[in-house]
Design a protein around this ligand. Structure first.
Ligand SMILES: *[C@@H]1O[C@H](CO)[C@@H](O)[C@H](O)[C@H]1NC(C)=O
Length: 295
């Protein structure tokens, strides 16, 4: 709890200062708005027909502006390549994404995940985005929501990159999704399932779906005391089953010293990165993530 409180207050300070310089981040008012009352911000620095769309999700206690300020490399890449960046924002449950209720976990269930896919639909129409090149990343609570979106909306997302999050459905049944409202043992490393059980959970989010599933690049630190590294092992079991990609090999010092890249299958559908001694939150690695997504 102590660690959580410290994290929460430091993130709140970050949000306050970064909200003073929002750059080209713009609040959108005419999207479908809902089904939950979250906000949509975008950055479209180089409008380009058929541009890939990237959803970037802030962590607990944060804001769209805070995450935008922390993601300058994505802004630079968007300026060069024409990406459409969507920064959703929640102010509920200590500014954490709903990754626990059936509404959010189910495809078109009426939760935050559906609101975010409505933002994507708006961006496809309004900015001429490529509906086949929609990706999502985020840190901490944003990493957890990345997994929820990739699990429940495989028809919308082509790839995901959760940082310091948990797998799809790990907090299922918890009263809330913040360090203060969470009643699940998940983030403490207390939820263990078989690969098949984790995979079934994802498949139950959107029954009858037989199409392609998003490719995943999953990042976690071994010294994460807030979202325990055990959740990473469980998430990899999950995506390994969902994508039918068995563990193949480890690559040491990739992309840098003290990180290990875990390759599943041929490495094009599922990879994991474990940072030895890295805490909560693992720094973004936009170069590796964008290359993996193939955009
Ligand atoms: C691969 O690397 C991970 C992270 O360092 C480690 O936990 C795991 O035991 C390694 N697996 C093998 C087969 O070496």
């Amino acid at each position: 709890m102590m660690l959580n409180s410290l994290l929460f207050s430091s993130l709140t300070a970050v949000s306050f200062f970064s909200s003073l310089s929002s750059g080209s981040l713009t609040l959108v008012n005419d999207w479908a708005k809902g089904p939950t009352a979250i906000s949509m911000y975008v950055s479209v620095p180089k409008p380009t027909a058929g541009a890939p769309i990237i959803v970037l999700l802030h962590g607990c206690g944060e804001s769209a502006a805070a995450y935008y300020a922390a993601s300058r490399a994505y802004e630079t890449a968007a300026q060069q390549k024409g990406y459409i960046l969507i920064y959703p924002q929640t102010t509920f449950d200590s500014h954490c994404w709903d990754v626990a209720t059936a509404k959010s976990l189910k495809h078109d269930g009426g939760g935050d995940s559906q609101s975010i896919t409505n933002m994507v639909k708006y961006a496809v129409t309004k900015y001429n985005g490529d509906a086949k090149k929609v990706f999502v990343t985020g840190s901490s609570s944003g990493g957890m929501m990345t997994s929820v979106l990739c699990g429940a909306y495989p028809d919308v997302f082509a790839g995901g990159a959760p940082f310091s999050g948990v797998g799809y459905g790990c907090l299922s049944g918890s009263k809330g999704s913040s360090p203060f409202s969470d009643t699940s043992p998940c983030t403490k490393g207390g939820v263990t399932k078989t690969s098949k059980e984790w995979g079934d959970l994802v498949r139950s989010a959107f029954t009858g779906y037989t199409g392609q599933r998003p490719k995943m690049s999953v990042w976690h630190g071994t010294a994460d005391g807030i979202v325990k590294p055990h959740t990473y092992d469980e998430a990899m079991k999950q995506w390994s089953d969902v994508l039918a990609q068995p563990f193949a090999k480890n690559v040491s010092n990739d992309p840098q010293a003290r990180y290990t890249k875990m390759v599943y299958g041929d490495g094009t559908q599922l990879v994991g990165y474990v940072g030895a001694g890295v805490g909560h939150v693992v720094p973004q690695h936009p170069k590796q993530v964008l290359e993996f997504w193939g955009i």
